[in-house]
Design a protein around this ligand. Sequence first.
Ligand SMILES: Nc1nc2c(ncn2[C@@H]2O[C@H](COP(=O)(O)OP(=O)(O)OP(=O)(O)O)[C@@H](O)[C@H]2O)c(=O)[nH]1
Length: 364
Amino acid sequence: MFALLGQLARRYAKAGCSDHFDEDTNRRVVVVNLFVFIGGGITLVLGIRAIMGDDNHLAISLFIASLLFFSTRWLQILKPTRFYQTVSSTILQCCLMVLTLYLVIAGGNNNTGPLWIYLVPPVCMFLGGFKYGLIANLIYTAILAIILFAPSEMLLLTSYSFEFKTRLLYSFMTIIFLSAFYEYSREQSYSAVGQLRDEFERQALHDQLTKLPNRRNLNEQLKHEYQRTLREKEPFSLLLADVDFFKRINDDFGHDAGDEVLLILAQRFKQAVRNQDLVSRWGGEEFLFLLPQTSLQQAAEVAEKVRLQTVNEPVWQNQRPIPVTISIGVAEVNPNTSIDDAINLADKRLYIAKQDGRNRVIWQ
Ligand SMILES: Nc1nc2c(ncn2[C@@H]2O[C@H](COP(=O)(O)OP(=O)(O)OP(=O)(O)O)[C@@H](O)[C@H]2O)c(=O)[nH]1
């Protein structure tokens, strides 16, 4: 029974949420749903009470407000887009503001109407965000002050003492300040968490030393590129490049120099290829190039260019030249080969390049 109620409540609260929305928008959808349930329900009940108390004006206002509250929920469920979510939350805020101002003007039941204005700051802050919430609250406060302090209470249908009006305004402004502060802190934390998440995602997909895409990242790109190859029947190619005798570089020049070599090579490789090509750090001193829309022969030419550039430009570290050469295995991916087959073939050709004396490209 409780489980069923919980399930119904969850379904009610989440109606209108969408995977296309960010977390904050979905949370606003939930708040609109909950507010409509509570706010719409209470105004409906108060409307019925007002009818029974023969206060027809108040009853009609409350019924209209209740209807508008419920319509905002229908709107965001019927049209689950960001635009309609904004429209429905704006209608809800305007409706709440007009209703509470009306309650201040009319006094409500035994002059208790002004008590409802304290709902405005938190609801507007949460639904509109810090900036728009603050603007809405300041406009509301200005209108409230005009209504309360107009000469001879000409805008009021009831009467309040001067002390009541000033205390109402002061306490209302305090609530605005607290709600604004809360919303500002919440937005700051939300954006800090977002930045942290982006940074973690970036780190998970990139190599720490060279900042190149890592193996996991490239595997994803390979799958995308393969889909395009299947669709458009156009091959792409892979270069598997490995630094020759890298262990010797580490031993002769130190591990830091080895790191520097990898870093400089990564930058040079990136500059040597087209924008749409991808260079990744595949393993320790291995780099895998993904060259979209490139045949085996064209890829072999690119590989030769990269090899020559590497052998002709030593890496300088602490004013010492470190001679570097690379060996490269090339393979083509077309609709008749799988990605794994192509990587294995590139690996096999790289092995042959090493066996044949290193500093060379093997592509057939
Ligand atoms: N400095 C540094 N060294 C690394 C890094 N990753 C792997 N290595 C080293 O690279 C060396 C690779 O050595 P090997 O696999 O024997 O290959 P190699 O010496 O390049 O010989 P060949 O590939 O046959 O030409 C190992 O000593 C690894 O410790 C790194 O990020 N930085």
